[in-house]
Structures are given as C-alpha cells and as structure tokens.
Ligand binder design. Structure first.
Ligand code: 5EF
Ligand code: ZN
Length: 263
C-alpha cells in the first residue's frame, strides 16, 4: 500500500487518509491506567507451544522499513485461547539514542524503552495472516515491555546480526533460539483488551495480551537496536534512521482492560 511513516507528512495523524480504520474505534496502543482495570478470574495463563527452536532451524531476520522483524515457524502457537493462534512474526518498537522511551503501550503514563510484539493469527478459522488480519477474531499479539538494565542473552541471539539488515528490505538467516526466553518469567500475569494493529491498516482485529512484568536489555543492546537501522535503501545518499517507531496511545472509549492478577 501507500507508504506511511511515524513522523512528518505521512505521519500517524495522516494515516486515516489512506487507511480509514486508523481513524476508527478500538485502536491500539493505549495507556493502561489503574482505574480502567478489572480483575477477571477466568483469564488463564498464556500457554505457548514449540517456542524453543533448535539452532539447526533458520529464522529470517529482516528490516521491513518500519521495524526489525523475525519470521516465525508455524509450529509455534498459543494453546490457551479459545482458538489456536499460530505465530507469524515478532517485531519491536523503540525510541532513539537520545530518548530511551519508545514503547507503544504505557502503564499509568509510564513509557518503557521499547516493546516487543509476537504476532499470531487464528489458524482454526483462517489459512494465513493475510486472511486473518482484518477479521475481528483474526489476531492475537503478545506484548512485552522492555526496560534498559541487565544484559539479556536471549536478545543477543538476533541483535548480533542486526548490522546485516541496516537498510530496508535487507534480510539475513539466523540460527533458531528459544523465543520463550524473550518473554518475561510469568506468563500468568497480564493485561488483556480488544484493540488493533498499531500500524496501517490499523484493523481492529487484535486480542492484546500485554505481560505485567517487563524484561531488560543492556544500554548497549538498546543502542544497537535504536541506532543500527535505516528505513532507506542501502545506496540512498541521505539515509533515514529507523527509530521512534511507536504510535501514540489512543482513546480507550468504553473499553475495559482486564487483568489476570489481583494486586
Ligand atoms: N504493532 S502490530 O503488531 O500491530 C504490527 C506492527 F507494528 C508492524 F510494524 C507490523 S509489520 O509487518 O512489521 C509492518 C507493517 O505491517 C505488523 N505486521 C502484521 C500486520 C499485517 C501483517 C501481515 C503479515 C504478517 C504480519 C503482519 C504488525 F502486526
Ligand atoms: Zn508492533
């Protein structure tokens, strides 16, 4: 589709001109405020299958101009939701070297350094992502808030290759690793709400699960992610840094945010 950006004339305030859903309801991300929360005792811990990938498997690490993404094998899936949601890809949103706050979801207005999204589609009902992406029960995304702190060896499994995908449409093959290690320890504590893709076409098709507990990466790892990539092509004379790739928080309207934990 038409090109869109996070700032400037094709920035988020203009998305709805070409992508009408971006101006619609049920948009993401949101600010997860305490007064919105409702404890739901029926929320079961997230259960994932086949996330521990062997190094003999190759994963495609790519720069798609909007984020760094890792394509995921279809044996990976979430088994604790009403339908099976099969993994498609994971990607990140981050700030910049001067501004280590680039998460999309915020918690009581606190913005984290970055955020990871593991995108899944409802494979009980749809054959692939493209058929699922605009259906109200089409997608389930797991969100992980990321803070700068302790070095994270799991992130290093792909960050060590990031200089191979500096420019848009560059891809490299990386050895499989345990994707579970990118998630926080507790998969039973999370926020849950109905929302949308946070990029155009902004379809309101996402069941969001944002884990309560953040993970940490080191300052150097954050800088690697926030400074290595460009959204321009390799040969372009004026490279465009790929950073601050997060959408602002959206109106919650009458939506309720469910929580799986009490205190
Ligand atoms: N924050 S988010 O989870 O809403 C979200 C993104 F923020 C994002 F950047 C991407 S993308 O594919 O990297 C680039 C734009 O689609 C996707 N990609 C999804 C949307 C459409 C699609 C089709 C095939 C595979 C993945 C995706 C996404 F779901
Ligand atoms: Zn995302």
């Amino acid at each position: 589709g038409a090109k869109w950006t996070y700032n400037g004339p094709e920035g988020e305030h203009h998305w709805s001109k070409h992508y009408p859903y971006c101006g619609g309801a049920f948009q993401s991300p949101i600010d997860i405020k305490s007064e919105l929360l409702r404890f739901d005792p029926t929320l079961r811990p997230i259960e994932i299958q086949n996330y521990n990938l062997s190094p003999n498997e190759q994963l495609t690490l790519g720069n798609n101009g909007h984020s760094v993404q890792i394509s995921l094998p279809s044996k990976m899936h979430i088994s604790s939701l009403p339908h099976r949601y099969t993994a498609a890809q994971l990607h990140f949103h981050w700030g910049s070297s001067g501004r280590p706050s680039g998460s999309e979801h915020t918690v009581n207005s606190k913005q984290y350094a970055a955020e990871m999204h593991v995108v899944h589609f409802n494979s009980d009902k749809y054959p692939n992502m493209s058929m699922a992406v605009d259906k109200s029960d089409g997608l389930a995304v797991l969100g992980v808030l990321i803070e700068v702190g302790e070095f994270n060896p799991a992130f290093e499994q792909f960050l060590r290759f990031i200089n191979g995908i500096k420019y848009i449409d560059q891809r490299v093959q990386v050895p499989g690793f345990n994707i579970r290690a990118l998630l926080p320890a507790r998969l039973d504590e999370f926020y849950r709400y109905d929302g949308s893709l946070t990029t155009p076409p902004c379809y309101p098709s996402v069941l969001w699960t944002i884990f309560r507990n953040h993970v940490t990466i080191s300052r150097k790892q954050f800088l690697d992610m926030a400074t290595a990539l460009y959204s321009s092509h390799a040969q372009e004379s004026s490279p465009v840094p790929l950073n601050e790739n997060f959408r602002k928080t959206q109106l919650v309207d009458s939506r309720v945010v469910l929580v799986s934990f009490k205190e």
